[in-house]
Every structure is written in C-alpha cells, then in structure tokens.
Design a protein. Structure first.
Length: 107
C-alpha cells in the first residue's frame, strides 16, 4: 500500500508521534494551522468517512475519545476537531484522520 499515513503507522516514515495505542496513532501535523495541530488516525486503513462501513462505527468513536484523552493529558481546555472528507472537502491524504486544533488562530 502506498498510503503516507500507513507508512507512518508502520514506522517507515518518521513523524512526531504524541500518542499511540493498539488502535490509533496521533502525530503533529507537518503543516500546522494552529499553535497546537495534530492528526489522530486509525491504524486500520479506511480511505475516508465515505468509505466507512456500519461495522466500523467504533473507529470514529476511538478517534474522538483519543482526542479527549490527549486534551486532558496536555491540559488543553478548548479545541476544535475536524474531519475533511474527499478532495472537495479538503482531504489531501486518503486515510481517515481527525484534525485536533487548539491555541491561537485555528482556521
């Protein structure tokens, strides 16, 4: 598979990882749009929200609860969570990812 995020999961490409467990990985965005900007991704490759199956509902829940956990651990009180879906929705990498933005001007 030629997915950039899968290569990060498999440690084939270095990244600034801030959280990892058996189901998700979180790492700093290389093109931050806020003072704090990281991505939370499932370790299972799914191209986008549009490609989710009903049986994969837990994946989205894991991403959101991971965001909550990281915010608590880092004492971040206010933040924005964003999913971009498809090219017209701003998605650049074809692997579901949740943007976590906080501090300053989080566009």
């Amino acid at each position: 598979m030629d997915c950039l995020f899968c290569k990060i999961i498999n440690k084939e490409i270095p990244s600034d990882i801030i959280y990892e467990d058996e189901k998700v990985l979180a790492f700093k965005d290389i093109n931050p749009k806020a003072v704090i900007h990281f991505l939370i991704i499932p370790k299972k490759h799914i191209e986008s929200i549009n490609h989710l199956e009903e049986s994969e509902r837990e994946i989205i829940s894991n991403l959101i609860f991971t965001a909550k956990k990281i915010a608590k651990e880092k004492n971040i009180e206010g933040y924005k969570l964003v999913f971009n879906v498809g090219r017209k929705g701003g998605q650049i990498i074809d692997h579901i990812h949740l943007h976590f933005l906080a501090g300053g001007n989080n566009k």
